[in-house]
Design a protein around this ligand. Structure first.
Ligand code: PEP
Length: 250
């Protein structure tokens, strides 16, 4: 583990002007507060704002990421975006398998693995999201679900393939109800040992799900939390900066 990773997933929010402004505020403060040497910050705006944000963060210590990509390299896939296009626009990271993609757009593990292959082909770093639903947790299926979601991926992973794993319990995303410290600790301990047992010692493990400036410090202090994936709170510069600060101080 090098520096903690903080990813801002802006989802379907911001126009180009708003995206530029938000990126500018985050960038200037990250540098001014000397957070760049102690954290890796990744901004994931909507596809159409990648260029605008890319221009703002060029030559600055913040990386560009996309929220998704398609599983084929090019062709007749109306409305889709390829990993090569993302690389060309300056992305270094791509979120893959976010729970909103899995539930609203019915993405399954097989499709997600094909996307990962494409992202790796383009030498980008996938941020793979995994997590159980509330029903699965209540039925005591959490470990089975996480193992299933990871097993396919770790079979395709290798020491030379960089990727990041984000544990995001579905019931905690956008609900304002983050997992408790105990729940995060248990899940991360389980996932860390799963990853290590499958030769993925090099894979950082992030937590995501209602991370705020209030709970950021306590989450940052939990064992095996190598950073956070932030949705709602990443849309307000000062809130996001406080979350970055908490990771930098951990
Ligand atoms: C997310 O989008 O992955 C997320 C964790 O959202 P939020 O922080 O709003 O729960």
């Amino acid at each position: 583990m090098t520096t903690p990773i903080v990813v801002g997933n802006w989802k379907m929010n911001t126009t180009a002007d708003q995206a530029r402004q938000l990126a500018e505020q985050i960038c200037s403060q990250v540098t001014e507060r000397a957070l760049d040497t102690r954290t890796t910050v990744v901004l994931c705006p909507p596809f159409v704002n990648l260029s605008a944000v890319g221009e703002v963060i060029e030559d600055r210590p913040i990386a560009l990421g996309a929220q998704n990509c398609w599983s084929e390299p090019y062709g007749a896939f109306t409305g889709e975006i390829s990993a090569a296009m993302l690389r060309a626009v300056g992305c270094r990271y791509v979120i893959v398998g976010h729970s909103e993609r899995r539930t609203i757009f019915r993405e399954d593990d097989q499709l997600i693995v094909r996307k990962l292959e494409r992202v790796w082909e383009e030498k980008l770093v996938p941020i793979l999201c995994i997590g159980e639903t509330l029903a699965e947790r209540q039925l005591h299926q959490t470990w089975d679900v996480l193992s299933r979601q990871l097993a396919l991926v770790s079979a395709h992973s290798s020491r030379t393939r960089a990727w990041i794993c984000a544990y995001e319990p579905v019931w905690a995303i956008g609900t304002g109800i983050a997992a408790t410290a105990e729940e995060i600790e248990q899940a991360h301990a389980y996932l860390r040992s799963f990853l290590d047992a499958h030769g993925c010692h090099h894979v950082p493990l992030l937590y995501g799900g209602s991370v705020t400036e209030e709970n950021a410090a306590s989450i940052a202090a939990i064992a095996h939390v190598d950073g956070v994936l932030v949705g709602g709170a990443s849309l307000v510069a000062e809130r996001f900066l406080r979350i970055i600060q908490a990771q930098a101080n951990a």
